[in-house]
Design a protein around this ligand. Structure first.
Ligand code: TYD
Ligand code: MG
Length: 474
């Protein structure tokens, strides 16, 4: 076949010209430790020597036109703080009060929320129910990258979610398509289920990779701030329970919520771990039913429903979760060990704290626990992280060791110091009130937490050290 040489030269010239005039987006691999850029992926950073730290990123030549970060730099004037008019955050009630509580009083408009949790825990269910409520007064867009639209519709039927024209659905994983849909539909709230399935064409790596997750989240965050819409992203969690993807994901967003619960229990807990618009460590409690998630308004009563008093090894703890006091049962089993060292296991609390309390008991009340297996469980799948759990754990262990039940209708709270002293705890009054409300008649509290006024029919025992507690209980 005859080909004109001048045609080939022309085509070549055109190609070279085009590559010069095109947007100069380059893929580089940036070290997450030292920031050094490499043209190719490699296992080790040649600059700082760290392993497995190169992340695919888009590198734009400076000053590039159409910078993808333009939106962030438009308003960056320097002003005096006194001249800035602070506006109250506008919030929308979701219609699900437990969720509102965790968010600090409703969804803040223009915020970006990340919800993480194990597979099958109920993230999609919760969001579909929330969007149903919100769609009564707002236009919402639910983008699913994991299920088909039919699957979502089936779930909606099961949940009794009434078809509403304001609840718009989309099954899509391409970020550019999602952005187009947001532009077209102009929703006030967008759900991205999940951020790990979303991808941007700007990067070559697969959806779910660190680079993709980070890039998609930051683009979506920028859109939320520019358009003043709320974006809720679902995030998968890794084996150790943290949200998969870069840690930076949690830095980008305004609020991070974890949806947790035991596999074999119906209860689900929504915990706020970061919130730029409210308090953290708030706990929302739900029950998974055949009609979706139902709010649990009186969780203490529920956690204690199976509690039988007069059982050795059981003690009721008054814990505080965010703004809400919560009564939970702490159970201990102490048994002669046949192996050395003996077994120590804590479910629902920190294992190191348990070891510390065992040492305190051995040293200060002369309890011989060195040859005993000790198992501890906070009933109901709650995880208690505050130090006020100490007294309940100690009493449960002693009660099981002595095989003697604690006095009836007793609830306790208090931190124990290394010298056996009972230390003051926060929000003592709220805790006492909650225990009284639930019918407890004996409440052990640290001395400084003793209320000024007497409560009729309730004995408040203020204690200063561990020996006083033992004298009262056994
Ligand atoms: P899902 O919301 O799909 O979980 P995630 O999005 O976190 O992966 O929840 C799925 C689980 O919830 C599934 O195991 C079944 C259960 N479920 C119910 O028990 N009742 C219901 O009404 C629904 C919709 C789900
Ligand atoms: Mg899901």
């Amino acid at each position: 076949m005859y080909v004109d040489l001048s045609d080939i030269i022309m085509a070549l010239l055109l190609h070279i010209l085009k590559s010069f005039t095109m947007a100069k987006n380059k893929i580089v691999y940036e070290c997450s430790e030292c920031g050094e850029k490499h043209p190719k992926w490699q296992g080790k950073c040649a600059s700082c020597g760290s392993w497995n730290c190169l992340i695919e990123t888009i590198f734009e030549d400076y000053p590039a036109k159409n910078n993808r970060f333009d939106g962030l730099t438009q308003t960056s004037q320097v002003v005096s703080l006194s001249h800035v008019e602070a506006q109250d955050i506008l919030r929308k009630n979701t219609g699900i009060s437990e969720l509102d509580r965790v968010l600090g009083g409703g969804i803040a408009i223009g915020s970006v929320i990340l919800i993480g949790g194990d597979p099958g825990i109920g993230k999609s269910t919760l969001l579909l129910q929330t969007m149903d409520q919100l769609s009564k007064a707002n236009k919402v867009l639910y983008v699913t990258g994991e299920e088909s639209i039919q699957q979502v519709a089936l779930r909606a039927n099961r949940l009794g979610v009434h078809s509403n024209d304001n609840l718009r659905l989309m099954a899509e994983i391409g970020l550019s398509q999602i952005i187009k849909a947001i532009d077209k539909e102009s929703p006030q709230i967008v759900v991205i289920d999940s951020i790990q399935t979303t991808y941007t064409e700007l990067l070559q790596s697969a959806p779910g990779s660190v680079a993709q997750v980070r890039e998609c989240a930051s683009i979506l965050t920028r859109i939320a701030k520019q358009k003043h819409i709320t974006i809720i992203m679902v995030g998968h969690v890794t084996k150790d329970g943290s949200i998969a993807g870069p840690r930076v994901l949690e830095h980008i967003v305004d609020a991070v919520l974890y949806f947790e619960g035991e596999q074999h229990s119906n209860f689900r807990m929504l915990r706020g771990v970061k919130n730029r618009f409210g308090a953290v460590n708030e706990l929302g409690i739900f029950a998974m039913t055949d009609k979706g998630l139902r709010e649990v308004n009186n969780p203490s009563a529920l956690f204690l429903s199976s509690h039988r008093s007069k059982t050795p090894g059981s003690c009721i703890l008054i814990t505080q979760e965010g703004t809400r006091p919560l009564l939970v049962e702490v159970q201990a089993l102490v048994d002669q060990s046949h192996i050395m060292p003996p077994k120590r296991l804590a479910v629902g609390m920190d294992g190191y704290r348990l070891s510390m309390l065992i040492a305190i008991m051995q040293r200060h009340i002369d309890l011989k626990l060195f040859d005993q297996d000790i198992f501890l469980n906070v009933v109901g799948g709650v995880r208690v992280t505050e130090p006020a759990v100490d007294l309940a754990v100690t009493l449960a262990i002693i009660s099981s060791y002595k095989n003697k039940a604690l006095p009836e209708k007793l609830a306790v709270c208090g931190e124990i110091g290394l010298s056996g002293e009972i230390r003051t705890i926060q929000k003592g009054q709220d805790r006492i009130k909650e225990a009284v409300k639930l019918g407890f008649e004996r409440i052990i509290v640290p001395k400084a937490n003793l209320p000024k006024d007497k409560i009729p029919d309730v004995e408040i025992i203020a204690v200063q050290n561990l020996s006083e507690v033992i004298n009262y209980c056994f």
